[in-house]
Write a protein that binds this ligand. Structure first.
Ligand SMILES: [Fe+2]
Length: 239
């Protein structure tokens, strides 16, 4: 990953009017009586086009059916999934001896593609038992278009080999690559601290008014402008 893709052809004002963007907290906004979901404070995102009614879910775990219900109550239809990385609290699987529902259960309700970074594909397959018939591998810079909404996929390895972030209309959906305070762990299978440093350097170059939407609520605030995060988050010190 050498830099940010050029999205200068976008017309942000048109897209902003149509953008459907919801941030949903596990154990609160969905999976409300799931203790693990409440403890893990994962964020799921729904991103779509209000005009066409299509949306994608980012990291639907714990209660995928409920997440589908939530967006359908908004008049939206799930047409795909974006996976930030393979960990079970993001895509489903076994963790700490507990089974977390995720993309495999979602596919029983909605038959749709699961968009993963190419380097994460085998890890997602191993964790979720979802195969190549549903996994779509992407390169950094790929753009997924949902209605008229362009979502740019950005490979940000470090937490895992194929971690990816999503840029959409001035928002950065960062999974476990970057939190408001700190970044994802780099001592887990597939982690790479040196790659994390490079990924953070890349993220530091997004426009300062881009709003960071992390994969967990590890801070009182649920989102923050990148200029504040880059100035205040210790992971950017000395980069
Ligand atoms: Fe993770």
């Amino acid at each position: 990953m050498t830099g940010l893709p050029d999205n200068s052809h976008d017309n942000p004002s048109d897209v902003s009017d149509r953008l459907y963007f919801r941030q949903l907290l596990s154990g609160k906004d969905f999976a409300a009586d799931d203790q693990l979901a409440a403890q893990m404070v994962n964020f799921v995102y729904a991103i779509g086009d209000r005009q066409t009614g299509e949306c994608v879910l980012v990291d639907p775990a714990y209660a995928p059916g409920e997440l589908v219900d939530i967006v359908e109550a908004d008049g939206m239809t799930v047409g795909g999934v974006l996976a930030t990385h393979y960990h079970p609290d993001h895509v489903g699987g076994s963790m700490m001896g507990l089974s977390i529902a995720g993309i495999s259960a979602l596919l029983e309700r909605v038959d749709c593609p699961i968009h993963v970074q190419a380097d994460e594909s085998e890890w997602v397959a191993k964790t979720t038992a979802v195969g190549d018939d549903h996994l779509v591998s992407h390169s950094s810079g790929d753009v997924l278009t949902v209605g008229a909404v362009d979502i740019t996929l950005l490979h940000t390895p470090g937490h895992t080999p194929g971690s990816q972030c999503f840029l959409v209309d001035g928002r950065l959906v960062a999974g476990d690559t970057l939190f408001l305070d700190g970044c994802g762990r780099t001592d887990l299978p597939g982690s790479n601290p040196a790659q994390m440093v490079e990924s953070l350097r890349t993220l530091a170059t997004v426009p300062g008014d881009t709003i960071l939407y992390p994969g967990h609520r590890y801070s009182p605030a649920a989102s923050a402008p990148m200029e504040h995060v880059v100035a205040e988050n210790w992971v950017f010190q000395g980069l």
